[in-house]
Design a protein around this ligand. Sequence first.
Ligand code: ADP
Ligand code: MG
Length: 341
Amino acid sequence: MPIRQLPDVLVNQIAAGEVVERPASVVKELVENALDAGATRLDIDLEEGGIRLIRIRDDGGGIASGELPLAVSRHATSKIATLDDLEQVATLGFRGEALPSIASVSRFALISRTADAAHGARLEVDGGRVGEVVPHPHPAGTTVEVRDLFYNVPARRRFLRAERTELGHIEEWLRSLALARPSVELRLNHNGRLLRHYRPLREGADPLARVAEALGEDFTRQCLRVDHAAAGLRLHGWVGLPTASRSSADQQYFYVNGRAVRDRVVAHAVKQAYADVLFHGRHPAFVLFLELDPRRVDVNVHPAKHEVRFRDGRLVHDFVFRTLHEALADTRAGAVATAEA
Ligand code: ADP
Ligand code: MG
């Protein structure tokens, strides 16, 4: 075969392979976009575990009607403009890939209105074929609808699991987000029923309230508050007492600059910090936020951004280890400690 340039739709479908694994990945990308747009309230409606429908409405800044076609074009983003921006990126998105990828493997609609626009507008994309922008009523903010995910990619569709399983992935991802954004109100409806409602945490309220909503009081009754800063690094959050250890690593939430990540350097540091207070085979529960200058961490490692690369991994490792080791000192001495509110 001769070498040829692939058509845009196919390029987007190939990219979708990396970004869109299942309904939960769509929810993640759309919710992150809403947060990047400054939303304080999100309504998520699902049908059939998100396979039939994912609809997310936000009260963020919206998209100007003239920019709707750009929003669904590949490599088009309002979040970075230069390499320097990329190196200190503070938004959750920046690759300009999510909407075109999702829209290439679903029946997709984007409806939006900016606060200063008189009318809203709607743009549909069907399996990557982009329609016309038409006027459409909408409050300030954005709604994205994704129907029949992978309807045109049977090989992918076959990998989707039962409704319950896909819903479980969405709920778990939303839990991890709810922990990181306590001031954002989140509603999750499934097949017309309200499943979860995370109420917004008011200024000055106890941040542990959201943790209790997300993880239950079994966790909040048996955790220690951590907050330590050194060498331009800050680690804060809550770590479970050894008595709250679990048989699986299912309550481990780690965020770097507000982004949930899996990181081996950090996982190792946490494991070491707990080494002498946990029995073999037990796993700690924790919700930890690491903050550092965005220039000291590369978030552009994977399209879905589940991983990061620290410029100084050893420093981060030792900081996390020391902070937690110190926090757990009293439990090591056998003293009883409880979380301070
Ligand atoms: P990225 O988030 O990497 O910029 P996306 O494909 O996810 O790329 O989105 C493309 C662009 O569409 C964003 O940069 C943003 O300008 C706009 N956009 C997407 N979703 C929303 C939203 N919910 N509210 C406002 N703008 C949005
Ligand atoms: Mg995005």
